[in-house]
Design a protein around this ligand. Structure first.
Ligand SMILES: NC(=O)c1ccc[n+]([C@@H]2O[C@H](COP(=O)([O-])OP(=O)(O)OC[C@H]3O[C@@H](n4cnc5c(N)ncnc54)[C@H](O)[C@@H]3O)[C@@H](O)[C@H]2O)c1
Ligand SMILES: O=P(O)(O)OC[C@H](O)CO
Length: 325
């Protein structure tokens, strides 16, 4: 199975490394000419995944046209750019594996729904889970959800990507796998705020549990299966991203919790913190459907410049309620 990877940020590069096991050939599209040059000349993505020696099987290109004729395409550009990049990519009926985590602004569509609009004849799968790119690219053990309605395609993709240290678990619930990855980024920002504001470990654990309830409410309303949400792509990734400054979303939250303005924190970075883009869309989407998402709303308030202590006070001052999803 010839694999093409669309997007050479940290995660696209790490997935190219996974697909290039045993030095199998992989074509990796990068937007930046300097990234193409660094990968082809130094076997390193110095901009987005420094200090990882890449497999000689990986060849970078700046031309999307070179992805024509692949057997599967991994789509790893940030969620807000998926539509534009896919519109320029020769896909046809080639299966696409969606690996970005987010919801498109304006349309409220998940990445898979965007991909289906742009290339309606391509079969779709979703790869998601607790996966810091650097650990994956360095060969540390990792497990992911690989969701696809077509069982034969799911097995073929899992076999192609699996290795001693990369273990895909199959699922058919594509929507559930996507929602877990998108929502956990927003909740990771909230957990970073708890850390940055010095609110303690009890508060962080409470936020993970109540955040998971929020993810479950939203996911069930969109047709996700509860077991997907409590699996690797939901709870698994939530726990990872809510616990480590390796997470860009968590780090953004730490800055917000320290009272630093969102604009400055976001303009300082070349890498993507998807939760900052997903949060307002998630809030809108939840409001339209009448789903209570107080943590998501609090993250939106902070991103819009609200005072951190006031936002925390407001969250804690809500009426007491039953513990349920
Ligand atoms: N980094 C991780 O550990 C990790 C793990 C799992 C999933 N993801 C997800 O993968 C997706 C990609 O994240 P990443 O970490 O690889 O990116 P990154 O933060 O390392 O790099 C930013 C990427 O955005 C691209 N970009 C910037 N502007 C663009 C534009 N206008 N059009 C197209 N592309 C543009 C850059 O070329 C670069 O590839 C995100 O949805 C992220 O949530 C990341
Ligand atoms: O660095 P983050 O917050 O984008 O998280 C990266 C991955 O999604 C972790 O699974």
């Amino acid at each position: 199975m010839r694999i093409g990877v669309i997007g050479a940020g940290a995660w696209g590069t790490a997935l190219a490394q996974v697909a290039a096991k045993d030095d199998m050939p992989v074509t990796l599209w990068a937007r930046e000419p300097e990234v193409v040059a660094a990968i082809n000349e130094k076997q390193e993505n110095t901009a987005f995944l420094p200090e990882v020696k890449l497999s000689p099987g990986i060849r970078a290109t700046g031309r999307l046209g070179e992805l024509a004729g692949m057997d599967a395409l991994l789509v790893v550009v940030p969620a807000q750019h998926v539509r534009a990049v896919l519109a320029e990519t020769p896909v046809g009926t080639t299966p696409m594996v969606l690996c970005a985590k987010g919801i498109e602004a304006r349309t409220h569509l998940l990445v898979g729904e965007v991909a289906a609009e742009v290339h309606p004849h391509a079969p779709l799968a979703v790869l998601s889970g607790p996966t810091f790119a650097k650990e994956v690219a360095s060969g540390l053990p990792t497990a992911v959800t690989l969701a696809c309605e077509d069982a034969a395609l799911r097995s073929a993709l899992a076999e192609r990507l699996a290795s001693k240290t990369f273990r895909p678990y199959g699922a058919s619930d594509v929507i559930g796998a996507e929602i877990g990855g998108a929502v956990k980024n927003v909740l990771a920002i909230a957990c970073g705020v708890v850390d940055g504001a010095g609110l303690g470990q009890n508060a962080r654990a409470a936020l993970i549990a109540r955040g998971f309830a929020e993810m479950t409410r939203f996911g069930m309303a969109r047709g996700a299966q509860p077991e997907t949400l409590s699996g690797l792509s939901g709870l698994g990734d939530l726990v990872l991203t809510c616990s480590s400054t390796q997470s860009r979303n968590f780090s953004l939250g730490v800055g917000l919790g320290q009272g630093r303005p969102a604009g400055a924190l976001l303009s300082d970075r070349r890498t993507v913190a998807e939760g900052a883009f997903t949060a307002p869309v998630l809030r809108e989407s939840a409001e339209v459907q009448g789903i209570d998402m107080p943590v998501t709303k609090a993250v939106c308030d902070l991103l819009e410049g609200a005072d951190v202590l006031r936002v925390i006070d407001d969250l804690l001052a809500r009426p007491l309620k039953k513990e349920r999803v």
